[in-house]
Design a protein around this ligand. Structure first.
Ligand SMILES: [Zn+2]
Length: 81
């Protein structure tokens, strides 16, 4: 099993900071942005100022797992399933 050394990964706190865009393989850069999340078939919630990773080439945004978990939690509390 390969063990990654966290040193040398820059200032990022997780490996995901060096993820590549799943669309164009461009480098993802940390950004603070507004992102819409679909709820069921009829509603959209927009989260403001979310810390995301955005592709410098095509603009595709990815969320870290911790951020995604926070979004899920918030959505669940506002719109319980
Ligand atoms: Zn991209």
């Amino acid at each position: 099993m390969r063990v990654r050394d966290r040193k040398g990964w820059g200032t990022g706190s997780s490996l995901e900071d060096k993820m590549r865009c799943r669309v164009c393989k461009g480098l993802l850069e940390p950004r603070v942005t507004d992102l819409p999340f679909k709820i069921g078939d009829s509603a959209i919630v927009i989260f403001k100022r979310l810390p995301a990773l955005q592709c410098g080439q095509c603009g595709e945004a990815e969320l870290k797992q911790a951020t995604m978990a926070r979004v899920d939690q918030t959505l669940a509390s506002v719109y319980p399933a």
